[in-house]
Design a binder for this molecule. Structure first.
Ligand SMILES: [Cu+2]
Length: 120
């Protein structure tokens, strides 16, 4: 291999490597994570919210922090959005940020999970 070819090879590598790393980070950007404050009370609420939201369009991961009551939802970009997920939470019977819970859904929750009850 002569020097010219060797130099060409190095230049090619230098150009390709950052490009492939960039392509990979692009892949990771195809999901979006939002955090929504909910009115969840206990572990049952956590389970209920996580199970139901897992069936929402494009949702990849759901995790409710029991201490802060903040739910983080990861979904495929373009398949869902924060407003829609907030609505889904209200339909399960919980407040989502500024949106109040759907009254009917809320009233169907077990007593211990309804708002105004102390954490247990
Ligand atoms: Cu509960």
């Amino acid at each position: 291999m002569n020097m010219k070819k060797f130099a060409f090879l190095i230049i090619t590598l230098v150009l390709i490597v950052p490009f492939s790393i960039h392509a990979q980070s692009d892949k990771n950007k195809k999901t979006e994570t939002v955090e929504i404050h909910t009115s969840a009370i206990c572990g049952m609420c956590k389970e209920r919210l996580e199970k139901n939201l897992a069936f929402e369009k494009g949702v990849k991961a759901v995790e409710l922090n029991e201490e802060t009551k903040v739910i983080s939802i990861t979904y495929k970009k373009g398949k869902n959005d924060k407003e829609n997920l907030k609505k889904a939470i209200t339909k399960i019977g919980y407040d989502a940020d500024d949106l109040p819970a759907d009254q009917e859904a809320h009233d169907k929750l077990p007593d211990c999970c309804q708002q105004g009850n102390e954490p247990h």
